[in-house]
Ligand binder design. Structure first.
Ligand code: UDP
Length: 361
């Protein structure tokens, strides 16, 4: 079986790493399975791309489509044009896409129109929020997927409710957590750990990059100033996403606790998360990692496609206003965190299950 694996953006790299390892393990056991890795070039900063390939030992891509930035339509179209050429020159039996970025949707469409089977890892999750580009990517990708691999029973149920064939839906667990477990003993303190006086439990990690939080400069500024006041004397480490940085520009902010740092590599970032007092974020992936590590997480969104992180894990969905965040954070300071649990099959073996299932189809 010849698989073309697609990855375009930071969370994709983290998700494909263990899938490739699982394929290589099967190859070493003599199974007939091979892969070709295509990087679409959606994320191209060293901090968001190369560092992850190096740290997670992901093989150098066989092809890089180098699409770079653009509007939603420009980027999607550029990926489709380049990926069609790539598939025509390098035929395969199956295209495997992960997550919910533009590369995921664009490459699924191209593959399906060339009559190549599509596999979607992290299928079936839904926020119900059609203003999120990711939700549109999820819906379109799933609508033309042949083999669905889900992270939760609720994702599988979403697909069943939509009428997809149950025999094509495989609940396998979470590949992002495979990567977490495979690298937990390699995580290391970032270079600024001592300089900033960081110690386990004395700081908060903040990440913000979703349009609803960062696209409006004035509200982003107010949000950051509000968070800065809310945390008392705790430091806040803010690895600032290039998107957020571009919007803030040279804005002069009056901040006492927030420390801006570059987007972190995986090993430094997971060290920061694992040792933090709490996390404030609008990322979906990070709320999965905090769930497994038992770190309190405040998600600045009004919806989530990952309900298990709230029902079972440590995630709190607080909306996008500073008032709601402050209320949730103060309640946590007073009462602590009552719940902690790891969702079913988030055990580090999802990738093995995916490859086992694919070898059978
Ligand atoms: N991440 C990282 N360094 C950072 C910020 C995030 O390694 O400075 C990792 C994080 O651990 C998670 C993934 O990137 O695994 C999430 O990426 P992002 O928030 O961009 O995507 P989302 O999950 O929101 O789709």
């Amino acid at each position: 079986m010849k698989i073309t694996i697609v990855a375009g953006a930071r969370p994709n790299f983290i998700k494909i790493a263990p899938i490739i390892k699982a394929i290589e393990k099967n190859q070493s056991e003599g199974k007939t399975i091979s892969f070709r890795l295509v990087h679409t070039g959606q994320h191209y900063d060293k901090n968001l791309s190369d560092t992850f390939f190096e740290e997670l030992n992901i093989p150098h891509p066989n092809s890089n489509l180098e699409v770079k930035s653009g509007t939603q339509a420009q980027q999607t179209a550029a990926i489709m044009i380049a990926f069609e050429q790539e598939l025509l020159e390098n035929p395969c039996d199956l295209v495997l896409v992960v997550g919910d970025v533009n590369s995921t949707m664009a490459c699924a469409i191209v593959a399906k129109k060339l009559n190549i089977k599509v596999t979607h890892v992290e299928a079936g999750i839904r926020s119900g929020d059609m203003t999120m580009p990711e939700e549109i990517n999820r819906i379109v990708t799933d609508s033309i997927t042949d083999y669905f691999f889900t992270t939760s029973t609720s994702a599988s149920e979403n697909l069943l409710k939509l009428g997809f064939d149950g025999s094509k839906i495989h609940f396998v667990g979470n590949v992002m957590i495979d990567t977490l477990f495979q690298n937990l003993n390699r995580i290391t303190a970032p270079i600024f750990w001592d300089e900033f006086g960081l110690e386990t439990g004395n700081y908060i990690v903040l990440t913000l990059h979703r349009p609803s939080n960062v696209d409006e400069e004035k509200s982003l500024q107010e949000l950051l100033e509000g968070i800065d006041k809310m945390v008392g004397d705790k430091k806040i480490i803010f690895p600032i996403h290039p998107r957020t940085k571009a919007i803030l520009g040279e804005t002069n902010l009056n901040l006492k606790n927030i420390l801006f740092v570059e987007p972190q590599g995986y090993l430094n970032f997971m060290f920061l998360i694992k040792n933090s007092f709490a996390v404030i974020t609008d990322s979906g992936g990070i709320s999965e990692e905090t769930t497994v590590l038992g770190i309190p997480c405040f998600t600045m969104r009004t919806t989530t496609e990952r309900p298990e992180t709230i029902e079972i894990g440590t995630n709190n969905l607080v909306g996008i206003s500073i008032e709601n965040l402050t209320l949730a954070f103060t309640t946590f300071l007073e009462n602590g965190m009552s719940k902690r649990g790891i969702p079913e099959l988030w055990d580090g073996k999802a990738s093995e299950r995916i490859i086992d299932a694919l070898l059978k189809v």
